[in-house]
Design a protein. Structure first.
Length: 97
């Protein structure tokens, strides 16, 4: 689920703080993770099939993040870090069709 939070207060010590907004997109999820055990680099690819979507307004701009049935691909690249913290470094992007 992706949430719109008009008062961002995310706290990694309390994961529920990332879910205290309004849900704007729900999707079924499949994923694959590939880890290079020599370099500790990894790639994680998620395929999301949108199951519900709610439009929302930011300022005067109305938008939707997708449509029901649409497939989105979310890819993260990272490097594991041992010993942590942090346990890894991650960057990512989302592509929709």
């Amino acid at each position: 689920m992706i949430y719109l939070d008009t008062t961002p207060n995310g706290d990694f010590d309390d994961p529920d703080t990332f879910r205290d907004g309004s849900p704007v997109l729900t999707a079924d999820l499949r994923h694959q993770v590939i880890v290079d055990t020599i370099t500790s680099a990894f790639t994680a690819t998620f395929t999301l099939t949108v199951t519900s979507v709610e439009g929302f307004e930011i300022g005067s701009q109305y938008t939707r993040l997708g449509r029901v049935g649409q497939k989105l691909r979310l890819t993260f690249f990272g490097h594991l870090n041992s010993p942590g913290p942090p346990s890894g470094y991650i960057s990512g992007m989302m592509i929709g069709s």
